[in-house]
Design a protein around this ligand. Structure first.
Ligand code: ADQ
Length: 473
């Protein structure tokens, strides 16, 4: 079995008892790491005045964790800057929010080169290398320049936009050329795969080779969708025996005969939280008999607080929340409850199960795991209804949800009404359809399928390397 080398911006190191970290990727890789030796490489999340050029190694059983610190300028330019102020908004079709700076872009390329230099020394000839997400698009190109011939795959967790949108970002042509250095590129949906292939062909001059391969010079790359899933059984079990905490017990006790609508998101403008609150407001205005009979709980932990656009969305959420609760609330009833903490999976699962409606209305999302978690957590005999944005990647598989355009407050308000009034028979029929979609691609299968395809996508020797380039090893 070849060793599996995973590279991601952040690394989930298990604690000393060997207990796995809870993140989605950690769960996805658990099985892969059980059958293969493994190395997981990435940023420690820490800033240091003099970061070392070599990683700190932590051994946990068969897996080594290799962590790099960043300087504060690296964090600013690579992470807060190009990745989160330029790439993130552009990839989410928000070109008006994209802030490009040459210094940030140079920092992004510099950190990718630093990571490649550190990783290249650790790579063994048969290793299978799997790189994750938009922070690290140029990594394969930097590794190839150092003579690394291994099979290298990349999975893109966020949307890949149409070429007309990506093309607005300076540097995007270079990114397209560097992505062609991967043997396999995975995206969340067929639409993303189509967008990326079109970008490679129309902008970077690649030629199509069969349905999912393109050639650029001597490089051959497969571009395919691998919709990410969740740990379906784990979530179901957690929902049957939820943990206990104040939010869960107070929410359950405070509801009485009221119905619950739930939203759970990182606080991010791509998630459409103020727009969702306005849709709920529209629903209450159009259906006054529901006032006092339904509560909307929004859980949204703060994220990326150093990036200015995230302070703006935080203000927008607070203003919208205050306005709606002020104008529509009544003594003894607050329409929207808002909390900004993170909660363990067992608590989230319990909250999902309490809610008659899961309101998942991002303006744009790579996949959206909350939609899947909400469905998995439902009581099969009395399931709630998922209202899902058609701009979430999850909508491609979850066609039994009530699919909505999150920009249309009236349409979302109408879907909320339909969800709250839906009869048991239809709820069960839709939920069963959604569960079979979830089971068809759970997170362990997702990782296994990607790795199987990566193994088949070429050894890397002579494939995916620049013309005339000599191997350094
Ligand atoms: P995210 O943008 O973070 O992920 P999402 O897919 O919804 O979006 O995943 C969020 C995860 O965080 C879920 O597992 C959720 O349970 C958890 N979470 C949210 N709020 C929480 C809270 N208060 N406490 C604890 N946990 C909380 C990116 C892309 C997505 C893509 C994923 C995976 O933006 O489109 O689905 O990666 O590829």
């Amino acid at each position: 079995m070849p060793r599996l080398v995973v590279v991601s911006n952040r690394v989930a190191v298990p604690d000393t008892s060997g207990k796995s970290a809870a993140g989605g990727l950690a769960v996805a890789l658990k099985e892969a790491f059980q059958s293969n030796r493994g190395l997981w490489f990435g940023w420690s999340g820490k800033v240091s005045a003099h970061p070392s050029a070599t990683p700190r190694i932590t051994d946990r059983g068969r897996v080594q964790y290799a962590l790099m610190d960043l300087s504060s300028i690296d964090r600013q330019e690579y992470y807060n800057g190009f990745a989160n102020r330029a790439l993130w908004p552009t990839m989410h079709y928000r070109i008006g929010l994209s802030e490009f700076s040459r210094a940030d872009y140079a920092g992004y390329l510099r950190v990718n080169r630093t990571f490649a230099n550190a990783l290249a020394h650790m790579v063994e000839p048969d290793d299978l290398i799997w790189v994750h997400d938009y922070h690290l698009i140029p990594l394969a190109s930097e590794l190839r320049a150092l003579g690394v011939r291994n099979s290298i795959g990349y999975f893109h967790h966020i949307p890949w936009p149409a070429p007309e949108v990506l093309g607005t970002l300076p540097g995007s042509l270079e990114l397209l050329r560097t992505i062609a250095e991967y043997n396999l590129v995975g995206v969340q949906t067929d639409r993303d795969a189509d967008n990326l292939r079109r970008g490679l062909i129309q902008e970077a001059g690649a030629s199509p080779i069969g349905p999912d391969r393109v050639g650029l010079g001597k490089l051959r790359t497969r571009v395919k969708s691998f919709p990410i899933g969740i740990d379906v059984n784990g979530f179901q079990q957690a929902a049957r025996r939820p943990g206990s905490n104040r939010l869960l017990t107070q929410t359950a006790a405070g509801l009485g005969s009221r119905k619950l609508i739930i939203g759970v998101d990182r606080l991010d403008y791509s998630k459409g939280i103020p727009e969702r609150m306005e849709s709920f407001e529209r629903f209450l205005i159009g259906n006054p008999d529901y006032r006092g009979r339904v509560t909307y709980l929004q859980i949204a932990p703060t994220s990326r607080s150093e990036v200015p656009e995230y302070a703006t969305i935080s203000r927008a959420v607070n203003e919208t929340l205050g306005r709606i609760n002020g104008s529509l609330g009544e003594p003894g009833w607050v329409p929207i409850h808002y909390v900004s903490n993170s909660y363990p999976r067992s608590i989230l699962a319990g909250l999902y199960r309490l809610a008659q409606v899961g309101l998942v209305t991002p303006m744009r999302d790579g996949m959206n795991l909350v939609a899947k978690e909400y469905v998995a957590a439902q009581n099969p005999d009395d399931p709630g209804v998922l209202v899902l944005s058609k701009f979430a990647g999850a909508a491609e598989q979850m066609t039994d949800a009530l699919l909505v355009n999150p920009n249309d407050r009236f349409e979302v308000a109408e879907a909320i009404r339909e969800a709250l009034q839906m009869g048991l028979e239809e709820r069960i029929r839709r939920w069963e359809g959604l569960m079979s979609a979830l089971r068809a691609s759970d997170v362990t299968q997702w990782a296994a399928t990607f790795l199987k395809d990566l193994k088949r996508s070429g050894s890397g020797a002579g494939v995916g390397r620049r013309e005339g380039q000599e191997a350094a090893q």
